[in-house]
Design a protein around this ligand. Structure first.
Ligand SMILES: [Zn+2]
Length: 143
């Protein structure tokens, strides 16, 4: 389900100087479907684990020929993973994180029929099946 994984580091967006793991790869969410993902793990000392997912697609809007990206923020609440698609200005990302392509607004994601469903389907597959993400959020290793 996950291929071409490359691991690196990213700087904590709060400016504390810590760096955390970033993993880029391909998610094969269906027989004929794949998307680029970038997982940004974030775990500050006094806070619970947070994940910033960037999901890359082809052109999303008719007016935008560039490839497009969607940012999803997730965190734990009462033992459950909560996820929210975020506007670019509240994400820790800039152009380089999306390779100079387009980071979409929430409204642009929800404005496309089935768009948000697709995003959460990919997100949930990562939460359920991606081993490092499972461990990060405290799930037991997949059997
Ligand atoms: Zn920090």
């Amino acid at each position: 389900m996950f291929t071409k994984q490359v691991s690196g580091q990213w700087q904590c967006p709060c400016g504390c100087g810590q760096s955390f793991l970033r993993e880029t790869g391909l998610i094969h969410y269906a027989d004929e479907g794949e998307a680029v993902y970038r997982l940004h793990f974030l775990k500050e000392d006094e806070e619970g684990p947070q994940l910033w997912l960037l999901l890359g697609t082809g052109s999303w809007l008719p007016s935008e020929p560039r490839g497009s990206w969607i940012a999803v923020h997730s965190w734990l609440k009462d033992g459950e993973v909560i996820a929210r698609i975020e506007d670019p200005d509240v994400t820790p990302f800039d152009d380089t994180d999306v390779f100079g392509e387009r980071l979409l607004m929430r409204d642009e994601v929800f404005g496309q029929p089935g768009g948000a469903e697709w995003v959460f389907r990919c997100h949930d597959l990562i939460i359920d099946r991606h081993q490092r993400t499972r461990e990060f959020f405290g799930a037991h290793p997949a059997s």
